[in-house]
Design a protein around this ligand. Structure first.
Ligand SMILES: [Zn+2]
Ligand SMILES: [Zn+2]
Ligand SMILES: [Zn+2]
Length: 382
């Protein structure tokens, strides 16, 4: 059975026995752990959250529903408007000042990826499209065969297919930079495929994956049919294994070509991505105090600080036409509207046809004006 086979055969389970639900939860958890690391975990976790949301169709906020997860998150962090996540840039050291609308938080000054916001990631629709599930199902057997045969090239190609579908069909799980920046997206797919390859062929990663599967099987459940609850004491060994997997991933990231392939240079976020995906999958099945403890252990209890007044200048994105803020001294910033990286090194350019002024994306010598579609070229270039 493919990873997503059960859901496709039973698109809207109305009544499941507790045993079925536990089996389904274990299947999902094991499926999640089969990739078990870093960002790849997010796809499964989000799928799990979606399935749970579908099962608690009676409404309300039963444990296990996405609404319940949001309520847990709400307890842990203040409301969004007027606040910005407390973090600073690992590259240039600047504190985050401007509000971020996406889960991926970029530096206001140099456009480096500086943080990942689980609370944002739990917002909105994270339903993976059916095309992604179909791709995962279609490649799973061949991927296993490639690992067994030691065929790294075939495995890498299969993973590229999976991550291309992931970027296209699970946009909430991927940086907003992937939306309109083909260069970023291609680099992201290459990086993720290479990371998957490194894990699949690493003996330590495989041993930890087996240990994770075994520990997930040891989880005890209680509660009623609509809201199975995980017994925390049986759950903590799973998080111990996760921490070892994160350590191993950090080592893989350092030893391979991964750092140079990563378009976001996000090595410092390896643990945060893994914990985030893990939490998205399990939060809804833990009692509230255990959920809080897990978020604390994961370092994900988001802290927000009020947005301070800033002396930034308004600019306009040459990609989407949206307004953004350029802080004094900033060299690049990611447009929150379209995900394009804005080059702040030169002044805004006016469109000769409609007069709109705009900032060009980094690396672009010109754009089609987002308002009138006329060609707008960087100064001095025709
Ligand atoms: Zn920076
Ligand atoms: Zn834009
Ligand atoms: Zn124009």
């Amino acid at each position: 059975m493919g990873l997503f086979g059960k859901d496709r055969q039973q698109p809207a389970p109305v009544r499941l026995s507790v045993a079925d639900r536990i089996a389904a939860a274990q299947m999902r958890a094991q499926a999640m752990q089969s990739q078990a690391q870093m960002m790849s975990m997010q796809a499964h976790a989000m799928r799990q959250a979606t399935a749970l949301r579908g099962e608690s169709a009676s409404g309300g906020a039963a444990a296990g529903s996405m609404t319940w997860v949001r309520q847990v998150m709400a307890i842990l962090a203040p409301p969004q408007p007027g606040f910005v996540k407390r973090c600073s840039c690992v590259v240039c050291g600047a504190p985050k000042k401007l509000p971020s609308v996406a889960a991926y938080v970029y530096c206001d000054y140099c456009a480096s990826l500086i943080d990942y916001d689980l609370r944002r990631a739990c917002d909105g629709d994270t339903t993976p499209g059916p095309a992604y599930a179909a791709t995962v199902n279609a490649t799973q057997a061949a991927s296993r065969a490639a690992v067994a045969a030691g065929d790294r090239d075939t495995y890498r190609d299969l993973q590229r297919t999976v991550y291309e579908a992931y970027a296209a069909n699970v946009p909430m799980a991927v940086s907003h930079r992937a939306k309109n920046d083909p260069g970023y997206r291609a680099a992201y797919v290459s990086f993720m495929a290479e990371f998957a390859l490194a894990r699949a062929f690493d003996p330590a990663a495989r041993a930890l994956e087996a240990e994770m599967r075994q520990r997930v099987t040891g989880i005890r459940y209680s509660g009623n049919m609509m809201s199975p609850t995980v017994d925390p004491e049986s759950f903590w060994p799973v998080t111990d294994t996760l921490e070892m997997q994160i350590e191993n991933n950090r080592a893989l990231y350092r030893s391979g070509r991964l750092a140079e392939l990563d378009p976001d240079s996000g090595g410092h976020l390896t643990g945060k991505f893994a914990w985030s995906g893990f939490c998205q999958g399990w939060l809804g099945m833990l009692p509230a105090d255990a959920a809080e403890r897990m978020l604390d252990r994961a370092g994900l209890t988001n802290q927000y600080v009020p947005i301070q007044p800033h002396d930034g200048q308004p600019r306009h994105c040459g990609g989407c036409g949206g307004e953004f803020t350029a802080l004094p001294g900033a060299s690049a910033v990611i447009c929150e509207g379209c995900g394009r990286k804005m080059d702040l090194g030169s002044a805004e350019i006016a469109c000769a046809s409609c007069g709109a002024t705009m900032t060009l994306p980094a690396g672009a010598n010109g754009v089609a004006c987002p308002f009138c579609q006329s060609r707008v070229d960087r100064a001095g270039i025709r």
